[in-house]
Design a protein around this ligand. Structure first.
Ligand SMILES: [Zn+2]
Ligand SMILES: [Zn+2]
Length: 142
């Protein structure tokens, strides 16, 4: 193996932020991600479906850092069309979907990426960090 002649470099893995010496294939020994491929960092965003007023764990939806800051996220349906079709609605079943999303201060400038809103079931789908999704799934089970 010629690999031994390579100079050892310690870099911060862009994926797991651990100081590592990349493997011969330029993989992070800690998380096995490609050290030089920063492209897929955004692809670690996944779609999460949340119910209106669902309690979410105190971690930033966008970077998974612990936070106790919650932002009100609402999706409004513009027309009153649904009310006309489905008739009367109870006062609680408003057409807008409101979710209190944990978001750390660092991420407060970034836009929440809304994928889809289901007014009938009062749910919304948003893009979240994959680690946040894991925490939410654990949180729901507990
Ligand atoms: Zn890593
Ligand atoms: Zn954050």
């Amino acid at each position: 193996m010629e690999e031994e002649n390579k100079p050892l470099i310690i870099i911060e893995c862009p994926h797991c932020h651990v100081q590592v010496i990349p493997t011969a294939d330029n993989l992070c020994p800690s998380c096995r991600e490609d050290i030089y491929n920063k492209q897929d960092i955004n692809s670690r965003q996944v779609v999460l479906m949340v119910q209106e007023s669902e309690k979410l764990p105190p971690y930033c939806y966008s970077c998974s850092a612990p936070t106790d800051r919650y932002v009100r996220t609402s999706a409004d349906e513009e027309s009153g069309l649904e009310t006309l079709i489905f008739g009367e609605k109870s006062p609680e079943s408003t057409s807008n979907v409101i979710v209190y999303l944990p978001e750390c201060e660092l991420c407060s400038d970034s836009e929440i990426e809304l994928v889809e809103v289901d007014y009938e079931n009062q749910t919304m789908k948003i893009m979240v960090d994959i680690r946040f999704q894991e925490r939410v799934l654990q949180f729901r089970e507990s």
